[in-house]
Design a protein around this ligand. Structure first.
Ligand code: SF4
Ligand code: SF4
Ligand code: ZN
Length: 551
């Protein structure tokens, strides 16, 4: 099958599955059965048959370790006596702790400290109320709704596999509860490979957990390692923030693309992303092609599930859970993630003080390099304590060290560049046309012609490059050529663009960007790609990027 036929087949399959025809109606709320004291994911309780009352938008069970943390906090706040114990059957959603369907207390984390946000009172007869196994009672109360959810998700997975015969399923496995459920659901239909991108900044529990999960289901685990670790990338790009989120592209996207490029079979990827997780994710499609990894088709079986549905499904099938959850973490990710809540940061500091201190020291070093000339130590402490680094905005110390001037004799531009032409530039020019090299005495001349569009000429180790535009096609050609020039001037070898090539021609070798000439079809998809806004992590996020100025 040709690439075009394959693309049409993918587009049609994706539009079918995006039509919503096979998506299930999502219960957008959690209800509470007051007879059985259990949360419900639909209005009806399977234990007593009664109708539940609205309780909130979502819930997560509180595990014993987290309950001990709350008891300590409430004692320090002076509202729980030393002998007082919290009830066992607690749930939580965004700092609101729920008992018997009602708020027991609410807290928030301010500058690294837990603070009580509401009143709190508990009668001594309710101390330690309930049963440690309360979640399994909740599963019983929701069995029919869970069965429906499971049936629909398995049918969705089955349809995807039927639509793409001869492909092998992989599950993007992060070590969280959502990917555990997804891996389990896919394993009910096929035998997926679990794929884990090592961002180098996962919690130690996660590394252990992913291996034990794969072992317990007899699934193959592929753990892909990056060439450069996160902290080194931070030195090149600055720490990530909620706006400058380069880390997912550089680590997750790159490693998955590299893995897919190595496969000798077509793979379809199932992930556990849910719309409820964030505003951005609420707009995600259930099946999609990712512009950062064009060889991958992604299907999201549990995209509409609530957190409570995922929890109950985990308990129903006794799936192994990442120990981070028992400590109170609501999501499993990287410890320096700018999307972590203040409570996640508080827990990291509580449970992994060494990791947290190391990260805070790196942030302090960054602050000293970037802002110390304007701000004092008190500002730095506030920047760290209040997590202001997560709000870091793009800040450009742009160097316009490469200049373009019109060629007087012909319709074109002459570039005086801030570094001499080298092999790296040849790599970046490959998508634009065949690069020819001609040895003349001690010099090697470079020339590239795209018939009817442009001619590019220069000499290796020299800083000048000339571009002549043919047939008045200057504007569009200039944009593409200059984009490649800017990538060359700024490339940090992060590899995030590897997945933009459908032919698998792009790679990073010993930290340098390479395009395999024998694989490149000059489709220019890598040049035109707009993932991370400009199709390149360095162009989008580097604070001291080199630009091109016109004279
Ligand atoms: S996307 Fe790949 S094949 Fe297409 S021009 Fe770029 S490197 Fe070449
Ligand atoms: S061109 Fe950009 S995205 Fe690609 S490796 Fe270089 S810096 Fe990373
Ligand atoms: Zn009931």
């Amino acid at each position: 099958m040709t690439t075009d036929q394959n693309s049409r087949r993918v587009a049609s399959a994706l539009s079918d599955s995006q039509s919503g025809a096979i998506e299930h109606p999502v219960p957008r709320a959690v209800y509470w059965c007051r007879n059985c004291d259990v949360p419900l994911i639909s209005r009806r309780c399977d234990i007593c048959g009664s109708t539940g009352r609205y309780c909130g938008v979502d819930l997560k069970p509180v595990f014993p370790e987290e309950r001990l943390l709350f008891e300590r906090f409430l004692r320090c706040s002076g509202v729980l006596p030393a002998e007082g114990r919290l009830p066992k059957e607690l749930y939580i959603h965004r700092g609101r702790v729920v008992w018997r369907g009602k708020r027991l207390f609410e807290f928030k984390v301010v500058a690294g400290e837990m603070v009580l946000k509401s009143d709190f009172s508990l009668s001594p007869e309710d101390y330690g109320w309930g049963n440690d196994d309360f979640v399994h009672r909740a599963v019983e109360a929701n069995k029919s709704a869970l069965t429906e959810l499971e049936k629909e998700a398995i049918q969705f997975i089955n349809n995807a596999l039927i639509e793409f015969p001869g492909t092998e399923p992989i599950v993007a496995f992060s070590g969280g509860k959502d990917s555990a459920v997804t891996a389990y659901l896919v394993s009910r239909v096929a035998c997926p490979v679990l794929f884990f991108s090592n961002t180098t900044i996962e919690y130690p529990d996660t590394y252990e957990y992913i291996s034990s999960f794969a072992e317990s289901f007899g699934l193959k685990l592929v753990r892909e390692e990056p060439d450069t670790d996160f902290l080194t990338m931070c030195e090149r790009l600055g720490p990530p923030s909620r706006i400058l989120r380069w880390c997912c592209s550089v680590f997750k996207g790159t490693l998955l693309s590299r893995f897919l490029n190595r496969l000798d079979y077509e793979a379809i990827n199932f992930d556990g992303i849910r719309r409820r997780e964030s505003n951005r994710r609420s707009k995600y499609d259930r099946s999609t092609r990712n512009p950062k990894a064009v060889k991958q088709i992604t299907f999201r079986p549990i995209i509409n599930w609530t957190s409570l549905e995922v929890w109950l499904y985990n308990f129903w099938h006794d799936l192994p859970l990442n120990p981070l959850y028992f400590k109170g973490f609501g999501r499993v990710g990287c410890y320096p993630c700018p999307n972590n809540t203040e409570y996640d940061d508080f827990l990291t500091n509580e449970c992994y003080p060494e990791l947290w201190t190391q990260w805070q020291e790196r942030l302090a070093e960054f602050f000293d390099q970037k802002y110390a000339h304007n701000y004092d130590e008190a500002h730095r402490d506030q920047w760290l304590r209040e997590g202001l680094w997560k709000k870091r905005m793009p800040h450009r110390d742009t160097e316009y060290s490469t200049v373009s001037r019109p060629c007087l004799e012909q319709s074109g531009l002459s570039y005086k560049m801030s570094k001499p032409i080298d092999d790296q530039l040849i790599q970046f020019l490959r998508p634009l046309g065949e690069v020819r090299l001609l040895q003349l005495g001690n010099e090697i001349d470079l020339s590239l012609t795209r018939t009817g569009w442009y001619q590019i000429t220069g000499t290796l180790n020299d800083n000048h490059l000339t571009v002549i535009f043919l047939n008045g096609r200057g504007h569009q050609s200039k944009l593409l050529i200059e984009r490649q020039l800017r990538k060359w001037l700024n490339c940090i070898g992060c590899g995030a663009c590897v997945g933009t090539c459908p032919a698998g021609a792009i790679s990073i070798q010993a930290g340098s960007f390479q395009i395999a000439d024998n694989l490149c079809t000059r489709c220019q998809k890598c040049v035109r790609s707009n993932f991370t806004r400009q199709g390149c992590v360095a162009l989008s996020y580097k604070s001291n990027s080199v630009r091109i100025r016109e004279e």
